[in-house]
Design a protein around this ligand. Structure first.
Ligand code: PLP
Ligand code: COI
Length: 367
């Protein structure tokens, strides 16, 4: 890696960044950037987020989030700018204001204070600028960003926290999946119920998936495919991705509800599909109809989409009863993946606000 001068950064932050090498292979989350952004909400107001080292936080054993789970997060990415539309910007955030808005919806649902969208995006810009040499260069790789908020008051009474901690962590990463995945239909557990927290990124949603994921891992599968909590007959989403099914020229994804996360990648694909000649529909998907049609050899593609994964084709669907349905490789998911990555890397233009150029520090060498 090139030697970099960090003289425009606070010296303690700059010191942390010297001599870091990107791992090879990069993987997902293998190298945590040694610098993060942090701010506390105290006495009813947010501090200005500031850069600091990735050090352990001082947490009382009775910190509210540890007991009552007042914790939310976002998953987003800065991509290396490989295009020419934004000269002087070595990297770009993808749809950061959409992530800011969803972060605030999550905060509101969990009784936490909102953060001004501009402050949220500025914290990301500042961190990505500082970490510019850690934004990897290959198409599909990115600096994965993890904005997080948790209740940091030390208080065992079952009331909302009065103090909150906002963090943004970063890790240079490959896409979550770089090859087709296998999906495990979850027939017993549910991810979300009506009126619950399924539509937001509450940390507890993920904790509640871990026991369900144990048999999946024993059987070598990658992602849970959740069904609705009432009848267990309709697809909802994967562990960490929304689901799409293509039958012929028609792509279908379940309509948003209060049990499905409104994925920003899902929304992007719904917007991009028509320009690729695809018909995009939001409709309930019956799991029995789907598996029958796959068994009958219909032209079907199933794929997941999300920030971490981008677009991940499914090559095998299974479940606890021993169902194993291979899906032949098809091209639509990969075409959507390429189209989206071209936008994310600035190689193709995109709707206003999708590509968010991040400027370099004056002394940051460009890749
Ligand atoms: N659904 C769940 C449960 C997720 O964790 C994610 C990932 O963030 C998604 C869907 C996809 O959302 P997005 O495309 O905004 O990353
Ligand atoms: C993402 O896709 O960014 C997510 O937040 C999912 C995560 C649990 C890896």
């Amino acid at each position: 890696m090139t030697t970099t001068s960090y003289s425009s950064l606070p010296s303690d932050v700059a010191d942390r960044l010297r001599g870091i090498e990107l791992p090879d292979p990069l993987g997902f989350g293998r190298l945590m950037a040694p610098v993060m952004s942090i701010a506390y909400h105290r006495d009813g107001a947010w501090e200005t987020p500031r850069l600091t080292g990735l050090d352990p936080l001082p947490l009382a054993p009775h910190t509210q989030a540890l007991h009552y789970g007042q914790a939310i997060f976002e998953g987003m990415k800065a991509y290396r700018n490989l295009g020419t539309a934004f000269p002087g910007s070595p990297s770009m955030l993808f749809r950061p204001y959409e992530h800011a808005r969803r972060f605030n919806r999550s905060a509101t649902r969990l009784g936490m204070p909102e953060l001004d969208e501009r402050v949220f995006v500025h914290a990301l810009e500042e961190l990505v600028t500082a970490l510019e040499p850690l934004v990897p260069g290959q198409q599909g790789q990115s600096l994965y960003l993890r904005p997080t908020m948790f209740g940091s008051t030390a208080d065992l009474s079952v009331v909302p926290s009065t103090e909150f901690c906002f963090l943004v962590l970063a890790t240079p990463s490959d896409a979550f999946f770089t090859a087709p995945i296998s999906a495990w239909i979850e027939r017993h557990y549910s991810r979300a119920g009506a009126g619950g927290t399924g539509a937001v990124k509450a940390a507890g949603n993920y904790a509640a998936s871990f026991a369900a994921a144990a048999p999946l891992r024993e059987n070598g599968f990658h992602q849970l495919l959740w069904l609705d909590a009432v009848e267990h007959t309709h697809l909802e989403e994967f562990t960490a991705m929304n689901v799409f099914v293509r039958r012929g020229e028609r792509l279908v994804t379940p309509p948003l509800s209060d049990t499905i996360l409104a994925g920003i990648t899902r929304d992007s694909l719904l917007g991009l599909g028509p320009s690729l000649g695809l018909r995009m529909d939001e409709e309930p998907i019956n799991v029995h109809e789907l598996t029958d049609a796959i068994r009958a050899g219909e032209d079907i593609e199933v794929f997941g989409c999300g920030t971490g994964a981008v677009v991940a084709p499914v090559e095998l669907i299974g479940d606890e009863s021993g169902l194993r349905l291979p899906l032949p490789a098809r091209s639509t998911a990969l075409r959507l993946r390429e189209t989206l990555l071209d936008i994310q890397h600035g190689l193709t233009s995109a709707p206003e606000g999708w590509q968010w150029p991040v400027n370099a520090l004056p002394d940051t060498p460009q890749a």
